[in-house]
Design a binder for this molecule. Structure first.
Ligand code: MG
Length: 165
């Protein structure tokens, strides 16, 4: 299987994740946090591989770009009221950030939901940093990152039973 050239969409999604302070390693750490107790000898490389596979999906890239775009606009005060205040304040009842995240969780089936709910409550690692409101608006990004980790965890779980997903 030859290496496929990375699309503009994927390049942009990866660049934005990095620029917003999230690395593949950060997300792999979350996968390890979620899955190490269920898999003997789980390696960080395996976690990285599964995160990479999730990010290579177009629907995931679209969710990343949409969410980060809204975070950036809110940070700059460029949205219209009342959405500006809602997103800037990360209001708990808004919920659209979670809906976008679920479009990522969905990619590998329903195991992802449990993982997403769990990690969203615990907020380990990078999720704790993103939730600290002193370093920018990450209303969408925190959910997206949690969802990528949850989807990568499901992928890992499924790939133990099946061939490539
Ligand atoms: Mg959020």
């Amino acid at each position: 299987m030859g290496e496929k050239k990375m699309s503009k969409l994927e390049e942009k999604a990866r660049t934005w994740l990095t620029e917003r302070g999230v690395t593949v390693d950060d997300m792999a750490d979350l996968v390890y946090y979620l899955q190490s107790k269920y898999h003997d000898d789980l390696s960080l490389d395996e976690c990285i591989y599964n995160v990479e596979r999730v990010i290579s999906k177009r629907e995931v890239q679209n969710a990343i770009l949409t969410g980060i775009q809204l975070d950036i606009l809110a940070e700059k005060g460029m949205l219209e009221s009342p959405l500006q205040d809602t997103i800037e304040a990360d209001e708990g009842l808004y919920g659209v950030d979670e809906i976008i995240a679920l479009s990522i969780v969905n990619v590998y089936g329903s195991i992802g939901f449990t993982n997403y709910g769990f990690i969203d409550k615990q907020k380990p690692g990078i999720l704790g940093k993103l939730n600290d409101k002193s370093n920018g608006c990450h209303t969408f990004l925190d959910d997206i990152v949690g969802a990528i980790a949850a989807a990568a965890s499901s992928r890992l779980a499924h790939s133990e039973e099946n061939e490539e997903v």
